[in-house]
Design a protein around this ligand. Sequence first.
Ligand code: NAG
Ligand code: NAG
Ligand code: NAG
Ligand code: NAG
Ligand code: NAG
Ligand code: NAG
Length: 369
Amino acid sequence: METQNLFFFSLCFFLFSLLTGSSHHHHYQLHHGLYGFQPTKLFVFGDSYADTGNTRIKNSSSWKFPYGITFPGKPTGRFSSGRVLTDYIAKSLGLKTPIAYRWTNYEPDHVQYGINFAYGGTGVFKTLLPGPNMTTQIDIFQSLINDGSPIYNTSDLQSSLALVTLSGNDYSAYVAKGGSQTFGTTENGAKPSPISSFFVEIRRDLETFINLVVNQLKTNLERIHGTGVKKVAVAALQPLGCLPGRTIQNSFQQCNDTDNKAATYHNRLLTEAVANLNNGTNDSPFVILDLYDSFISVLQNKSGSVKFETPLKPCCLGISSEYSCGDIDDKGEKLYTVCENPENAFFWDMYHPTQAGWHAAFLALNSPL
Ligand SMILES: *[C@@H]1O[C@H](CO)[C@@H](O)[C@H](O)[C@H]1NC(C)=O
Ligand SMILES: *[C@@H]1O[C@H](CO)[C@@H](O)[C@H](O)[C@H]1NC(C)=O
Ligand SMILES: *[C@@H]1O[C@H](CO)[C@@H](O)[C@H](O)[C@H]1NC(C)=O
Ligand SMILES: *[C@@H]1O[C@H](CO)[C@@H](O)[C@H](O)[C@H]1NC(C)=O
Ligand SMILES: *[C@@H]1O[C@H](CO)[C@@H](O)[C@H](O)[C@H]1NC(C)=O
Ligand SMILES: *[C@@H]1O[C@H](CO)[C@@H](O)[C@H](O)[C@H]1NC(C)=O
């Protein structure tokens, strides 16, 4: 545990150092962590917390105004007012944000910083929205490497970091199906329901499902590392009970503890899985990015960076529960309201942080655990 904490701290501090342009990492000689490891490429797998433009234009809110109003001023397929986790991680490594795979022509200048396979709405299993699950995302990556003329060679992969996000779409689907996830069917195009009252208590069947999700995630992490990628950073589940989709019930006043306990349970299993994957390795290739603690510390003003006045209240909100941020009617009239300054809000819509929110949460990852 000790080593792992040190490793985590090293990673965070390393990311922070690069982000702030400080060069402290040159002065330290640590045996663990990312010190001394300067990835030249970033490969990204997961969902809307990391997606930078893979979702289909027609179906996805991420391609609708006002998504992207802070950066770059128009929608780019990011589920935010602007930059997301991927952008901050890439920047902290001194890399450009890797291209979203559906926009790449696989020419060297397109793929030199890596590739982003993350796809909004997806999970490790089948979810409520169409899109490649994490297994399929890794399949695509693997086929690029195993190709007759692979675009990445072994030494490229040895200087690569993978970022993996899993922010709860499996659980939304599970809840929407009344707790009977059948891995083979999907209501194509259906809107994801808010994480609902199913988390009222951690019921045994939910517990079992969380175990299945984390086991599948573990398999995926191992596969990614097995391709030759040197380090794999996986996001812990954010506090689900603090998402506006949940706190709307109490007018965005307080987080739902029951849901947060479910997220904590997921994270406990993930911590065990990562410890198990690192067991016996000499370079601890797997590391957790603790979005749970970082979200909480920002929401509770403990992060030392930006303070948000009403941190649980989203900036962009449907005018009624039937509508979402970005919806318009037949005449093009807005069916949502958007706050005056998205930079003053932590949450953007019912599930996702604003750019300011992501920036603060990213910076809050630096605190040692
Ligand atoms: C991921 O999706 C593919 C294609 O739909 C499917 O064959 C596979 O079983 C899915 N994987 C998991 C773990 O659900
Ligand atoms: C691997 O490919 C990179 C370009 O992506 C090239 O600079 C490097 O020389 C190659 N290394 C080997 C061992 O082929
Ligand atoms: C868009 O949503 C519709 C259902 O509303 C679904 O049938 C279709 O497959 C989706 N298209 C894409 C490209 O995901
Ligand atoms: C959490 O959500 C459940 C289900 O909606 C509700 O019964 C419970 O009162 C909530 N708890 C808090 C502290 O808001
Ligand atoms: C690490 O491996 C040892 C020996 O196989 C085992 O006893 C121990 O439980 C493992 N620890 C974890 C965290 O998996
Ligand atoms: C956080 O700080 C802001 C600005 O100082 C304040 O308005 C807000 O009430 C604080 N929130 C908490 C939970 O302390």
